[in-house]
Design a protein around this ligand. Sequence first.
Ligand SMILES: [Zn+2]
Length: 217
Amino acid sequence: MNTTFRPALLVIDMQYDFVHGSLAVEGGHSIIDTVNLLLALPFVAKIASKDYHPPNHISFAETHQKPVFSKIRLLHPDGGEESLEQVLWPVHCVADTPGSEFVEGLHSGALTSIVHKGTHPSIEMYSAFRDPWHLENTVLPSVLESHGVTDVFIVGIAGDYCVKSTALDAVDFGYKTWVVRDAVRSVSFEGTEWTDMQLKGVRIVDSEEVKRMIRDS
Ligand SMILES: [Zn+2]
């Protein structure tokens, strides 16, 4: 492996609740084998994120006594006018519960690091890098830096939320960023996330192409 191409694999939220549980994404199960094939390749780091919430998390409809999938505006945690739209989700991926475990069948033994996100009760975190207000980073930026990573290859769930946010942040953090289309599943079928990511400089590839790139590097 040369020093100018040091690829990392980022496996986003391949957890029970997103595949079989309270917030199951259609087709989530069908990407496990492809993710496992990628996990077997010689990436310099293989990192998984876990959505990992306290039971009263701000993204849960139950926390606000509002209907699931309704939307609210969240104000900046430090006050002021700035606000973000928040979809209110069913309770999912509560820390230390079966729903937060990696989905059965995922070769998690191949992982070199695990990044937890959304652990603070009042802050939602789709990106594996940081919260949307850019108040705090997860350990991901320092893990990537410690491995001298140049390129990140992103797979997992959900394409239109956590995969997309992670990919956009990867570009912001200066990484050449690839999203592996056949190893991603989204909540919505609209598909606008692919254009959103490409406009920001994210490259969309398929797993066969990634295999060639990593093997030939
Ligand atoms: Zn969540």
